[in-house]
Design a protein around this ligand. Structure first.
Ligand SMILES: O=P(O)(O)OC[C@H]1O[C@](O)(CO)[C@@H](O)[C@@H]1O
Length: 490
């Protein structure tokens, strides 16, 4: 199936034809907009007290524009072209809308078009106001949720630190090697450690504020405790198959691990140690999920699987909790600062040591980089990166070994949000331009399901889950780890 906007069947057609899209448009998204309005109103109160007349005027205008936008959706109007702003992609957005969705109304146009368009419209409203240009209207929610995750961050941080130490050859004493050669023991530990950090990064995607905006501190702790108990803590990913893998419904972890080992041996065999080994991560949510992604990147760098990690985030506030540069840097600061966490347990000490390494030895030196190309907030299927962001793709494909995509929306965009038969191979669905062109990096998706869109399942699985667990595609309860091998295909 080739993607042709508005011609090929979408997994999510329009709200008129899909109850989940409809619910999003009628309930979930208006609530998100109300929350933004409330945030601006809080700013207004402060500005009035401080006598910031210019900001009060702009704040009032923003509230009015947001309310108008909310009404446009409710009245099912035609989606208007974006008004001019200085974000840098207005013309491209409008051209895309004009080409493929011209004259369509909110309830009749596909989910994968109206939702990014909506967040982009909101960003434009703020960008046009001088005193709100760089205001992140989701910042408060993102920070609050990370603070509420502190206990899980501490526990996981301590565990992540140990996981790396256990895999270092100098820490595997002869007496611990029960009957196995040192190399075999190390390989085993590295595999177990890999599965642990990979799945930590995957399940972190459950905590997403655009889908679950009401995650209260208590719920969050319960969810995180469940993740930790289900095997992400203590090397359980490999030993606790029943518990974890039951919900992991498509799992290429072992093939991905083999690629990591090939990356290592390639450099050793070539005698090019010190040569670049690069992983790119297209981030999703800030907070607990980002922390889990950092743990994965930490593992890869510490154990020599990567010499560079490039994190791709969002230039503008996006889908409530997506990572911006400010979120990324704030998270590194929190993790480096003992005052952020109360207590001085061993886990906190390990976490802070790791956090300071992330900030000072990785981020400040460029081993870790953060980039925020506008492509990631565009409306396009990912395979169009070659057309709409050729420079970005050139840089990634020339240098990267592996490009990991986090989360539900990134997944939907990777497979063009089409209604593929569920057993369509992942590589087929992501499209030739990025999966089989010469030299392309391996493409990995780590995603918990919050949407109907799905490929790469064994046939019949979807029907079984439909009957056993109605609504299973929307709960964030099930996950996939899928691979397109790219240049590592033999
Ligand atoms: O943060 P994630 O995992 O991308 O989830 C957000 C996604 O979930 C949804 O809310 C439902 O599919 C979409 O709006 C979006 O695709």
């Amino acid at each position: 199936m080739e993607f042709e906007p508005n011609k090929t069947p979408y997994a999510y057609c329009s709200a008129a034809n899909n109850p989940f899209t409809q619910e999003s448009l009628e309930v979930r998204v208006p609530q998100i907009m109300d929350e933004i309005v409330n945030t601006v109103k809080r700013e207004l109160i402060q500005d009035q007290e401080l006598g910031n007349a210019a900001r009060v005027e702009e704040g009032n205008k923003i509230v009015q524009e947001l309310m108008e936008l909310r009404e446009e959706m409710k009245r099912n109007e035609v989606l208007k072209p974006l008004a001019k702003d200085s974000i840098g992609d207005v013309e491209e957005y409008n051209q895309y809308g004009e080409n493929y969705f011209k004259g369509e109304r909110w309830f009749e146009t596909p989910f994968i078009w109206w939702e990014p368009y909506l967040y982009r419209r909101i960003a434009g409203i703020f960008n046009r106001a001088v005193t709100y240009k760089d205001f992140d209207y989701f910042e408060h929610q993102k920070k609050k949720t990370f603070v509420a995750s502190a206990q899980a961050v501490i526990t996981l941080g301590g565990r992540a630190y140990d996981c790396v130490e256990e895999c270092k050859v100098e820490n595997i004493g002869e007496q611990q090697v029960q009957g196995l050669a040192l190399q075999d023991e190390m390989a085993k530990r590295r595999l177990v450690g890999f599965l642990e950090v990979l799945q930590t990064s995957l399940w972190g995607n459950q905590t997403d504020l655009s889908m679950f905006p009401d995650l209260k501190s208590g719920d969050l702790e319960k969810l995180q405790a469940k993740l930790l108990a289900s095997g992400n803590n203590g090397g359980g990913a490999a030993k606790d198959d029943d518990n974890i893998n039951k919900n992991l419904i498509s799992n290429d972890s072992l093939k991905i691990h083999q690629i990591f080992e090939r990356i290592n041996s390639r450099n050793e065999a070539n005698g090019t140690n010190g040569g670049v080994k690069r992983i790119d991560i297209v981030l999703d949510n800030s907070g607990f999920e980002l922390f889990n992604d950092l743990i994965f990147a930490n593992w890869a760098v510490e154990l020599g699987y990567a010499t560079e990690v490039v994190f791709h985030g969002k230039r503008i506030p996006w889908y409530v909790s997506d990572v911006t540069r400010a979120d990324f840097e704030w998270t590194l600061e929190c993790c480096s600062n003992a005052d952020f966490f109360s207590g001085n347990s061993q886990d906190i000490l390990k976490l802070i040591k790791m956090g300071q390494r992330w900030r000072d030895q990785y981020y400040k030196t460029g081993v870790w980089r953060f980039e925020d190309d506008l492509f990631w907030t565009g409306p396009y299927p990912t395979k169009y990166i070659t057309k709409y962001a050729p420079e970005l793709w050139k840089k990634i494909s020339a240098a990267s070994d592996m490009l990991l995509f986090k989360g539900d929306l990134n997944y939907r965009k990777l497979v063009s949000d089409l209604k593929w038969p569920e057993d369509t191979p992942f590589e087929t669905a992501i499209g030739k331009s990025i999966s089989t062109a010469p030299g392309v990096p391996a493409i990995v998706a780590l995603r918990t399901l919050k949407a109907d869109t799905i490929v790469g399942l064994s046939s019949g699985l979807s029907a079984r889950l439909d009957s056993e667990d109605p609504g299973w595609k929307h709960k964030g309860k099930y996950g996939v780890i899928q691979l397109g091998a790219g240049k590592f295909r033999d």
